[in-house]
Design a protein around this ligand. Structure first.
Ligand code: 5RP
Length: 270
């Protein structure tokens, strides 16, 4: 691995081997997602509790302070919308030249395995990896399921992660599922867990993040369950405690409750 690639990977994955990525890319197909109408207002207070921000070039240019040193994972796939025919019909929306100009630490794109656009999105990944590797930029593959959330089981997600890794992704993002070790065991590159739609309780999220970490994930790329929570900083800090401070789900829940109630300053550890 060349110095540039090593340096970018080190910006993303912390010395403890773990990472908390904060995705705010949802607008690229969902439009003004709830709580992301003004992305800067949402993400600014959360920056101390994440290791990188995942966003499109449009949001990066218009709302992220260029003086910020937080690493950026640039979302470079898209071309579909919630109101269009098929979310899987994605292409590459952003050139490698643009990614270099924007000083991206990594690129992120979706693959839709098992969909009508499996072939197209996998070839997109191969091409993106070719170009990104030439510039020392890691690619994070997103194993997307579109609207078919029921697809989230270990057999399917394990297949997706392995294929994305085989095509050259340096990191793979996937959903948590039962028997998550089957997903991580079959994937030769680091796996991060996506959050999915907002759940009913905080503990539910903290439990699956903790379980995923125990079963081989290196971290999360988790958005809505943080910034759609009524207490986003408390939730970010609770997840941070699992990722970087080795907290159990219960301990992280206490962190959440204490910050929420003002009994704990947000800067202290578990
Ligand atoms: C959306 C994405 C998001 O980055 C990913 O789904 C994680 O966010 P959330 O935790 O809200 O699901 O790829 O296109």
């Amino acid at each position: 691995m060349d110095w540039g690639m090593k340096n970018r990977m080190a910006q993303l994955i912390q010395p403890d081997g773990h990472c908390l990525f904060m995705p705010i890319d949802h607008g690229y197909f969902q439009g003004p997602t709830s709580k992301l109408e003004r992305p800067w207002e949402t993400v600014k207070p959360l920056l101390p509790y994440c290791d990188a921000v995942f966003c499109t070039r449009g949001v990066l240019r218009s709302v992220i302070d260029p003086a910020s040193t937080k690493p950026i994972i640039l979302r470079v796939s898209g071309g579909t919308s919630m109101v269009g025919k098929d979310l899987a019909n994605e292409g590459i929306t952003t050139s490698i030249k643009e990614a270099v100009r924007l000083n991206a630490s990594a690129l992120g794109m979706s693959v839709f395995i098992g969909s009508d656009y499996e072939h197209q999105t996998l070839l997109n990944l191969g091409r993106l990896v070719d170009e990104a590797e030439e510039h020392g930029i890691p690619v994070m593959a997103v194993t997307a399921v579109g609207r078919e959330l029921e697809k989230r089981d270990a057999r399917y997600l394990g297949l997706c992660c392995r294929i994305a890794a085989e095509l050259g992704a340096r990191v793979v993002k996937t959903y948590w599922c039962e028997n998550f070790e089957k997903v991580t065991n079959g994937c030769p590159v680091p796996v991060v867990i996506a959050g999915g739609p907002k759940t009913d309780s905080e503990l539910e999220v903290l439990k699956f993040v903790h379980d995923g970490m125990q079963k081989g994930a290196i971290g999360v790329n988790l958005g809505r369950n943080i910034w759609q929570n009524p207490h986003p900083v408390a939730m970010a800090k609770a997840i941070w405690a699992i990722i970087h401070e080795n907290a159990t789900a219960q301990e992280a829940h206490e962190v959440y409750n204490e910050i929420k109630s003002g009994r704990r300053p947000v800067t202290s550890g578990v």
